[in-house]
Write a protein that binds this ligand. Structure first.
Ligand code: IMP
Ligand code: MG
Length: 186
């Protein structure tokens, strides 16, 4: 772990699923893929707050293209760990996306609810193209069919925190993806 500050938060983690090193390496690979796929273009990265901001910051620093960035706030989860099945645009984009090559950047693809609804909404705005880039995927949890164009890691069905992912707004700053000890949320 390269002499990283050990935090009190680490004590609430049962298991590290993806190490900081593995994440960094995979994010670099994803950025290289995006750089290749969008050669000659200037894509607009749309980060879904709050979960995606750490992943997006890491990703974009390895994309060798003139990208721009915008953000949305959507909600589908409350303080608990079960999806409500509703997506709600709380903060919309600042930019008009018509004619642009848009890449949605999201922390995790879980049931698929949020991204299916969001994708449908953004397609109405007539972007030149729309792709989806996610740090994590939990395919076993899918209730609405959707596939990401770029996926960092597929993980089993467990509630994870770190690298932007929260439990009740905490743990986002952990530099790895870990599973919380059940006693934390029980
Ligand atoms: P979906 O609509 O069920 O795909 O929910 C996606 C959203 O739920 C993500 O953007 C996360 O904010 C949240 N989420 C899903 N699974 C987890 C998890 O394991 N840890 C933290 N947040 C999660
Ligand atoms: Mg999210």
């Amino acid at each position: 772990m390269k002499g990283r500050t050990v935090m009190k938060l680490d004590q609430d983690i049962q298991e590290i699923l993806i190490s900081q090193e593995d994440l960094e390496q995979r994010i670099e690979e994803m950025a290289a893929e995006i750089t290749r796929d969008y050669a000659g273009k200037a894509p607009l990265l749309v980060g879904i707050l709050r979960g995606s901001y750490i992943f997006m910051a890491d990703l974009v620093r390895h994309i060798d293209l003139p990208v721009s960035m915008d953000f949305m706030v959507v909600s589908s989860y409350g303080a608990g760990t079960v999806s409500s099945g509703l997506v709600n645009i709380k903060k919309d984009l600042e930019e008009d996306i018509e004619g642009k090559d848009v890449i949605i950047v999201e922390d995790i693809l879980d049931t698929g609810n949020t991204l299916v609804k969001l994708t449908a909404e953004l397609l109405k705005r007539r972007p030149a193209s729309l792709k989806l880039c996610v740090m994590l995927d939990k395919p076993d949890r899918r209730t609405t069919p959707i596939k990401a164009d770029y996926t960092g890691f597929s993980i089993p069905d467990a509630y994870v925190v770190g690298c932007g992912l929260d439990y009740d707004q905490g743990y986002r700053q952990l530099p790895y993806v870990g599973v919380l000890k059940p006693e934390v949320y029980e």
